[in-house]
Design a protein around this ligand. Structure first.
Ligand code: PGA
Length: 259
């Protein structure tokens, strides 16, 4: 598994939530394939809703784009009506699985421990888990950001022997879908905190290889400054990933970040 991510490739990821039919997904992905061309930098990942994953995987087959699922169950088969199997996601061609997005935590009552079990399932089935963490507005106001991040990471890693081949997505809950983006320095501080936690847990060398993505109101006009922060290795984008024009603009900003 550790070979899945060998270095921190910058990633632009779109989380489509409960939007886009399979046909809309395919048309969008075809446009993005021509925007990205053969450039692997940044890598582009799309998380369609589960019912569009099969066609999305077919649409990007043989390109540099990847597909992920927005959620998995910790079980891969069994009597779990309505759930999503990591094994089937992998068979269809997915590479990534979002784990513990704040909407899953808030609306579907997922706990840190659930996230830990799902990470293990994803890794066992050959998917790269993207563990979403982040503080609420109240926690941010009362200066608890670092404590919350440490707690979420510790609880998720406590469930079992987590392989360092994963992605952490820092998504401050107050920034998701609100238009209120974290200041680049503020986001960098949280990313550095996450990296520091990883260093203590898995050692310096492995911690350097874990990509930490930022999510929460990323748009074309704030992408460049965020992408230039040393510990921001990618974006998880909701609203602005629903338009191929704005996603392509963000992708280009991230592509130009080193210039
Ligand atoms: P947003 O969503 O970009 O619309 O804030 C981010 C997310 O939910 O992952």
């Amino acid at each position: 598994m550790s070979s899945v991510i060998s270095k921190r490739t910058f990633t632009v990821a779109g989380n489509w939530k409960l939007h886009k039919t399979p046909n809309e997904a395919v048309a969008f992905l075809r446009e993005m394939v021509s925007t990205v061309g053969s450039s692997p930098d940044p890598q582009l990942v799309i998380f369609p809703q589960a019912l569009a994953v099969d066609q999305a995987c077919r649409a990007v087959h043989g390109t540099s784009l990847s597909i992920g699922v927005q959620n998995i169950n910790e079980a891969v088969e069994g009597a779990f009506t309505g759930e999503i199997s990591a094994r089937v996601a992998r068979v269809l061609g997915c590479r990534f699985a979002l784990i513990g997005h704040s909407e899953r935590r808030r609306l579907f009552h997922e706990t840190d421990e659930d996230c830990g079990r799902k990470i293990l399932t994803a890794q066992r089935e050959g998917l790269v888990p993207v563990l979403c963490v982040g503080e609420t507005a109240d926690e941010n106001r009362s200066g608890q950001t670092a404590t919350v991040l440490d707690r979420q990471l510790a609880a998720a890693f406590a469930v079992g022997d987590v392989d360092p081949s994963l992605v952490i997505a820092y998504e401050p809950v107050w920034a998701i879908g609100t238009g209120q983006v974290a200041m680049p320095e503020q986001a960098q501080a949280s990313h550095a905190r996450i990296r520091q936690w990883l260093r203590v847990r898995i050692g310096d060398a492995l911690a350097e290889r874990v990509p930490v993505w930022y999510g929460g109101s990323v748009k074309a006009d704030n992408a460049l400054e965020l992408a230039k922060q040393p510990d921001i290795d990618g974006f998880l984008i909701g609203g602005a990933a629903l338009s191929s024009t704005s996603l392509a603009q963000i992708w280009r900003k991230a592509h130009d970040r080193g210039r």
